[in-house]
Design a protein around this ligand. Structure first.
Ligand code: PLP
Length: 406
């Protein structure tokens, strides 16, 4: 009999980590590999944030802190919500965890009973279904394909809700598609949620600051949180956010959540028996990230936007591929459906997006992630959080691969 528990056997290791690992192995064998599979900004953490961490170390901020965050960081988070989202919270509504992922994990583990359903629109961030499974819940995947612009709408949501629905997870800007919900789309979703008061909402806003203002600006050209559309959903909504993506701080592991006091206390109880508090030094750095200059966000977004424009234009000119133009995150999600049934130079027939991705890696040394890992077949995800130079090389190789198919 295996030592592995039955709940752990229900989940898989993160597929995005798996492809990055395969790329690393090829590199170690001396092959040139361009990695477009990882979900982190290539920019370094801004210097003012690093300095705040150094100061904290020198000052002796090296001990346990309050389980769910230092008072300073909680205050900075409250101010962030007021300043950027026009939402009022008290510090008792805030929890800080070791990355946004831990906040989501805690929240689901602390609230889901066996058999409870969690609605997850697909394509989705790979961790949502597995976290739900670990909690003994049932991921209820709602396919939101390209014809829906990869977004759920009121009608699809209504069909998915049952008496057993506990949570509905919303992610905007979204991983893996980069799509963002507009005010009108959130209004449509809110109408349905108001009819079903037993459904809780988890909104994952981790990519909030990677959101592009287009040249022809409209009222929709601003990130919007579901509570800005319907403040009355507040008691059953958890906002998850963090500093990982916004401030290039993935390795520092600080994420946070805002919710009712009841949920925050449950999350804190769980965290007190696992990781205790997030790193004291990282929390001091996160205070500076939130309270200090925000110029980094604008400068970095402008650079990401240039890359998005380049990548989307090029992908759409490659035989067999097509790509919608997303408004945020640092991902694009092109279709490779038109390459299905074609033969590679090595003689393999491409039957699935996984075949496409693994042959692209073997033949041209470009690492991307298959759409099926995110719950939607026929696509692949490119992370353009890498230099323009690398992107140009990668695009040439993707073009060469697609043109070599017969
Ligand atoms: N939510 C989404 C949609 C993500 O893509 C990620 C990271 O890839 C996270 C949450 C977790 O972020 P963190 O690094 O803060 O744990």
């Amino acid at each position: 009999m295996s030592i592995v528990s039955t709940s752990l056997s229900r989940i898989k290791a993160s597929p995005t980590v798996a492809i990055t690992q395969k790329a690393r192995e090829l590199k170690e064998q001396g092959k040139e590999v361009i990695t477009l599979s990882s979900g982190e900004p290539d920019f370094d953490t801004p210097d003012n944030i690093k300095q705040a961490a150094i100061k904290a170390i020198n000052k002796g901020d090296t001990k346990y802190t309050a389980v769910d965050g230092t008072p300073d960081l909680k205050k900075a988070i409250v101010q962030k919500f007021k300043r950027e989202n026009n939402l009022e919270f008290k510090t008792e509504n805030i929890t800080v965890g070791t990355g946004g992922k831990q906040v989501i994990y805690n929240c689901i583990l602390a609230t889901v009973n066996p058999g409870d359903e969690v609605i997850i629109p697909s394509p989705f961030w790979v961790s949502y279904p597995d976290i739900v499974l670990l909690a003994g819940g049932v991921p209820k995947i709602v396919e939101c394909g390209e014809k829906y612009n990869f977004k759920i709408n009121g009608e699809l949501l209504e069909k998915a809700i049952t008496k057993k629905t506990k949570w509905f997870i919303l992610n905007s800007p979204g991983n893996p598609t980069g799509m963002c919900y507009l005010r009108s789309e959130l209004t449509d979703i809110v109408k349905v949620l108001k009819k079903h008061p037993h459904v809780y909402i988890l909104t994952d806003d981790i990519y909030e600051h990677i959101f592009y203002e287009e040249d022809n600006r409209s009222n929709d050209d601003k990130f919007i949180n579901i509570l800005e559309v319907a403040e009355d959903l507040r008691n059953r909504t958890v906002i998850v956010n963090g500093v990982s993506k916004s401030y290039s701080m993935t390795g520092w592991r600080i994420g946070y959540g805002a919710a009712s006091k009841e949920i925050i206390q449950a999350v804190s109880k769980l965290q007190s028996q696992s990781t205790t508090n997030p790193s004291s030094i990282s929390q001091a750095a996160a205070v500076e990230a939130l309270n200090g200059t925000q110029s980094f966000i604008k400068e970095r977004s402008a650079e990401f936007k240039k890359r998005r424009d380049y990548v989307v234009k090029e992908l759409n000119s490659i035989k067999g591929l097509s790509c919608v133009n997303p408004k945020g995150a640092f991902y694009v999600f092109p279709s490779c459906k038109n390459t299905m049934g074609k033969k590679t130079v090595a003689g393999t027939i491409i039957k699935t997006d996984t075949d496409f991705v693994s042959n692209l890696l073997d033949q041209e040394g470009v690492a991307v992630v298959q759409g099926s890992a995110f719950g939607l077949e026929g696509y692949f995800r490119i992370s353009y959080a890498t230099s323009m130079n690398e992107l140009q090389k990668a695009i040439l190789k993707i073009r060469k691969f697609c043109e070599s198919l017969s």
